[in-house]
Design a protein around this ligand. Structure first.
Ligand code: ZN
Length: 210
């Protein structure tokens, strides 16, 4: 889950936010900017200098109403499609399971367990795997709560799931600093990602599970 991608034009912010969240979002934007700079090199799969098919120089091409990167000699176009990522709400002990992040962006902040889908993986399979890897819990998917684009140039598609805890005990995995259940009364101040904050807030305020 330490992977991040970017595109040039940011979408409009779609999440309604409180004042606190707006302040946090300013921090989030700064964090994301620096996170993007740090990870830029490994995020561009071909380093965007030469064509991965024929090694000719790349150039800007205008296709489908957008400027893209394409090959100057062959048909290659870098479409820069969003990467699918899962996030999962797991009700547990009258609260929700959150993970303390071990990697950029937002090291040390809390978020819902989740991460990037692997090749040829079913989205539910991906959500279950990420939950197990990060929290030690085996879960069963209850339902898909929605598909979201975070905007602000963050090029991912987030699939938000609600899951039921089946077995296993909470134990931080290799890519989590810590994992625990939070009740509404003791939610941490530093929760990463606008969408995660909104889903956590909805869960406690409106009862996502109902
Ligand atoms: Zn080429």
């Amino acid at each position: 889950m330490n992977q991040q991608s970017n595109i040039a034009d940011a979408d409009k912010e779609t999440t309604a936010r409180t004042k606190d969240c707006e302040e946090q979002s300013a921090v989030e934007r700064d964090e994301l900017d620096s996170g993007r700079k740090r990870s830029e090199a490994k995020l561009e799969p071909y380093n965007m200098n030469t064509c991965p098919l024929c090694a000719s120089p790349l150039k800007s091409v205008h296709i489908g109403g957008r400027d893209r990167i394409g090959c100057s000699k062959c048909e290659f176009v870098y479409w820069n499609n969003p990467l699918p990522v899962t996030a999962t709400l797991i009700p547990h002990d009258d609260g929700l399971v959150l993970v303390k992040r071990k990697f950029e962006p937002f090291v040390g902040w809390w978020c819902l367990p989740g991460g990037f889908m692997e090749s040829a993986e079913h989205p539910e399979e991906s959500a279950i795997r990420e939950v197990y890897e990060e929290t030690g819990l085996t879960v069963e998917i209850d339902r898909l709560l929605g598909a979201y684009s975070p905007g602000r140039g963050i090029n991912v598609l987030i699939l938000m799931y609600l899951a039921k805890h089946n077995s296993g005990i909470l134990q931080a995995g290799d890519d989590a600093e810590e994992v625990r259940t939070f009740q509404v009364s003791d939610l941490p101040e530093q929760i990463a990602f606008d969408l995660h904050r909104k889903m956590i807030s909805d869960f406690f305020e409106n009862g996502t599970t109902k």
